[in-house]
Design a protein. Structure first.
Length: 556
């Protein structure tokens, strides 16, 4: 085919046209990129810029002013100019003479990441240089938006935040403020940020469309719950009246446990109503309204708070069989039979439920000369008496599956000698947000001869959380201790309580708790020597499989 000179010129112009368009498309920023970057810059300036961190600006209002300019920008040059004008308008930054004092700290840096300040895909070199200058000359001393809870308890305490309790959910600015504020609180002050399943930057990009384009009020509320759940922390609590109605305020009259993708009925909220609906302890519920229980769990998992799968399955009961209607259809396995049955759901108050008390006896002697201590019943005044009564036993089982108020230090004096370290922690450095400082190691035990020389076995499961896990870590210093059970909740240390935009109450873990060797307790739970996973068969038969394993271990 003969190509004329005119055709060559036409082809050349077409190549130039398409290349130019592609180059423009590559430089053009998406809405999510612009908003994610704004969230980061806004949060960085809030906690780092000397004038902003000092409280000289209404920082929420400044966000509302900058958002239209951000949305109007097309590429990194325009966006960087918006940010530069913003930063330059905040006032001159004086050299920080005290910032070098931070070098004396022993830092935990797994959460610290300001590499995005040099993102050449988003920022011009001039802007990156300006932001780095702010980092080097960051705010020091008393801050407007965050402080330590107390001199002794150095967790972050968020201050001077407007809750906007009556804001209009349809206002996109306030929805974005809700996301940006929470995201930056976690970014700089959540000690386990580095452990989240999804990278925290990716969470921001994932959640921006859900907050920015919420189609209904419940969509916005569900987005808040999903965001809070994304930090993978069993200490988290977030529920609103809207989500309560969405997930369901009607309950079945039974308690159940999720095992192997099935819901095993373990107790009654109301035995009369359970009998009326022919629901029995030991029933295996495999489907609800035609959908497998495991499928429902996986669909709802993004809303279920928990540090690990074991805790999420424990917390899942609220999301699996509850609902906004007063009935549903179940598929139930009872022995060799499979039953399809409609059942009624009720308001919780209809159950008139009172938790069954198992008496106040804190200890007993099992067969084969094994002592058994129920930690949730144990009182400090009983410790000396109990160890005297059990001094000749070959072993003592501490059932630590529920929290105790007894002094763990007093208990360790009987089972630990010489004194041993049992934990260390990290606390946020408010003068260098995102960095955490290692605190002193705590030790426990008796400096004299070991008082109790028999075996010690600790029982643990997914219901053991926070103070309960702290207790186990302390008792694990014992000279002859074995821990038996299933993964604990993985949420230890004091909590930070604060409100989301809208006044919705929530909380997160505020201190990072570690074993002396640096092993995290957060998410992983306490160290376990012998793992015992509950089985469908054992649960149906109402066996305490963990306790049975402990007795078998001691005797063999």
């Amino acid at each position: 085919m003969y190509i004329t000179e005119h055709m060559k010129k036409t082809i050349f112009l077409l190549i130039i046209f398409f290349c130019g368009n592609n180059l423009f498309a590559q430089n053009e920023l998406t809405e999510t990129e612009k908003l994610a970057t704004t969230a980061k810059v806004w949060g960085f300036l809030k906690y780092y810029h000397p004038e902003v961190a000092d409280g000289k600006y209404d920082w929420d209002e400044e966000l509302f002013k900058i958002l239209p300019k951000v949305k109007d920008s097309q590429d990194k040059e325009q966006l960087s100019k918006v940010y530069l004008n913003w930063v330059n308008g905040l006032g001159q930054i004086k050299p920080c003479k005290s910032c070098d004092k931070n070098k004396k700290h022993e830092y935990f840096d797994m959460n610290f990441d300001l590499n995005w300040l040099n993102n050449s895909q988003i920022f011009t070199p001039e802007l990156s240089k300006k932001l780095r200058h702010i980092e080097v000359n960051r705010h020091q001393g008393k801050k407007h938006y965050v402080k330590h809870y107390s001199r002794r308890l150095k967790i972050a305490d968020f201050t001077n935040e407007n809750d906007y309790e009556n804001f209009d959910w349809q206002d996109e600015n306030f929805r974005l403020l809700s996301l940006f504020r929470y995201w930056n609180m976690i970014e700089y002050f959540f000690p386990a940020k580095y452990q989240t399943d999804m990278d925290w930057d990716d969470v921001l990009e994932k959640m921006i469309p859900k907050f920015s384009h919420s189609k209904s009020e419940i969509d916005f509320h569900l987005a808040m719950v999903e965001l809070a759940s994304s930090i993978d922390d069993s200490h988290v609590r977030l529920n609103t009246q809207k989500t309560y109605l969405h997930f369901g305020h009607f309950y079945l009259p039974i308690k159940f446990r999720l095992i192997e993708g099935k819901a095993i009925v373990t107790e009654y909220y109301n035995d009369s109503l359970a009998k009326l609906n022919d629901l029995r302890i030991g029933d295996v519920i495999t489907k609800a309204n035609g959908k497998k229980i495991e499928t429902i769990f996986q669909e709802e998992k993004k809303y279920i708070m928990g540090s690990n799968s074991a805790r999420k399955m424990l917390n899942a009961s609220y999301y699996i069989l509850n609902g906004p209607t007063d009935s549903l259809k179940l598929e139930v396995m009872r022995g060799s039979k499979t039953l399809i049955k409609p059942v009624k759901r009720y308001l919780y108050r209809d159950f008139k439920y009172k938790k069954e008390e198992n008496g106040n006896i804190s200890y007993k002697i099992l067969k084969d000369d094994i002592g058994y201590i129920k930690m949730d019943k144990l009182k400090n005044t009983e410790v000396a008496e109990i160890f005297d009564a059990l001094k000749d036993s070959k072993a003592i089982i501490f059932d630590t599956r529920q929290s105790s108020t007894a002094s763990i230090y007093q208990l360790s004096n009987y089972i630990t000698s010489p004194r041993k370290d049992f934990y260390k922690a990290i606390e946020p450095d408010l003068d260098y947000p995102g960095k955490f400082i290692w605190t002193n190691v705590r030790n426990v035990g008796n400096r004299e001869e070991l008082r109790y020389k028999g075996q010690i076995v600790l029982l643990v499961d997914e219901g053991c959380q926070s103070q309960c896990e702290f207790t186990i870590m302390c008792l694990q210093t014992g000279n002859n201790v074995t821990t038996i059970g299933t993964q604990s909740s993985g949420a230890n240390g004091n909590v930070i309580r604060f409100n989301m935009v809208g006044g919705f109450k929530t909380q997160i873990s505020g201190v990072g708790i570690f074993y002396p060797d640096g092993t995290e307790n957060q998410r992983k739970g306490v160290k376990i020597d012998i793992e015992v996973k509950p089985t469908v068969k054992g649960t149906i038969e109402r066996k305490d499989e963990i306790l049975e394993k402990a007795i078998e271990f001691i005797n063999n």
